[in-house]
Design a protein around this ligand. Structure first.
Ligand code: HXC
Length: 288
């Protein structure tokens, strides 16, 4: 659900709280990170969004810039977070065009469902490289700006690694690493005035993650969620606004779970032992 100007009337936040601030968002054209950026732009920030797909990234930046009169939003495509130099170039462009970076959202992620038997070593490496190494590279490239401006960082994590989730060994391992990275950086960078926190979304309706990850017929229904509804991208945006706002100046090294209480219920993926798991090892499509 994209945000429009009515967000300013219906949200809990004061308009213009982010006036003069600049946010740098990897994966900023994606379903969740775009709405996080929309809220920040509506509340006064300028933004740079970064992505692999150039056309999609530039189109999203153009839409974002229309949200607020005078908003400046730069879209930078052809950036792969696995390549630290390509992010460093995007940081340079951002500073040239917008003057500074105050906030960073490490949101770029890759995912697909695969059981272990069909998950190749290269596939595992691809997801860990995008989600975990990509998060490291993003903060590495933004570090001079974060240090200069006593910046704030949000990593987009998950709840998959709180317990064993089948078909998600690669993502669970990567996101556990993201949480560990955030905690360590909160401690190391705290003395510089930099905060680092994670947001862990649960089942968020209408997102690419939901459509990629939940097989038809096994979608978590509202009734499985303690708060009796799927999350919205706006729920994630509101957590983002909180963590970047002065209300969270003393909050670092935390993981803000935004899932309506779902992870407490346990495995989200429905049937734990479908045939593909029961029959593993007897399959000519097993991958190394
Ligand atoms: C098994 C797969 C696969 C699949 C790709 N691979 N898709 N294996 N099942 N469905 C394997 C390939 O066969 C290959 O291994 C290896 O992964 C790398 O694939 P490439 O396509 O060459 O790599 P790359 O272009 O880097 O692609 C990255 C990707 C891809 C992650 C694999 O899915 C991607 O680009 N996704 C981007 C968008 C995305 O995933 N968005 C989702 C965000 S939602 P072999 O062995 O053949 O070489 C999200 C939510 C997470 O992340 C939290 C959930 C709660």
């Amino acid at each position: 659900m994209d945000l429009d100007r009515t967000y300013l009337q219906t949200s809990a936040w004061k308009s213009n709280i982010f006036k003069g601030k600049v946010v740098f968002v990897t994966g900023g054209a994606g379903t969740i990170c775009k709405v996080q950026t929309q809220a920040l732009v509506l509340l006064g920030a300028d933004a740079a969004i970064i992505g692999r797909n150039e056309a999609k990234t530039i189109k999203a930046a153009e839409e974002l810039a229309k949200l607020r009169d005078g908003a400046k939003v730069v879209g930078i495509g052809n950036v792969d977070v696995r390549d630290v130099q390509s992010i460093a170039n995007a940081v340079e462009t951002t500073v040239e065009k917008l003057g500074r970076i105050d906030f960073v959202i490490a949101g770029a992620a890759g995912n697909f469902l695969s059981d272990f038997n069909h998950l190749s070593s290269n596939a595992f490496k691809s997801v860990v490289s995008i989600d975990l190494l990509g998060s490291f590279n993003t903060i590495k490239a933004c570090f001079p700006q974060l240090r200069k401006n006593k910046g704030k960082v949000i990593f987009v994590s998950a709840t998959l690694h709180y317990y064993g989730v089948p078909f998600q060994a690669h993502v669970g391992a990567a996101k556990a690493g993201v949480d560990a990275l955030s905690n360590a950086l909160a401690v190391e960078l705290g003395p510089l005035g930099i905060t680092c926190n994670c947001i862990a979304p649960g089942a968020i309706g209408g997102t690419e993650g939901m459509s990629r990850l939940t097989p038809p017929g096994q979608r978590p229904t509202e009734t499985r969620v303690p708060l009796q509804r799927l999350g919205s991208t706006r729920d994630i945006a509101d957590a983002t606004v909180y963590l970047f706002s002065p209300a969270a100046d003393y909050v670092t090294g935390t993981i803000q779970v935004v899932d309506g209480g779902l992870w407490h219920i346990g495995n989200m993926m429905g049937d734990l032992y479908p045939d593909v798991i029961i029959s593993q090892g007897e399959d000519e499509h097993s991958k190394l």
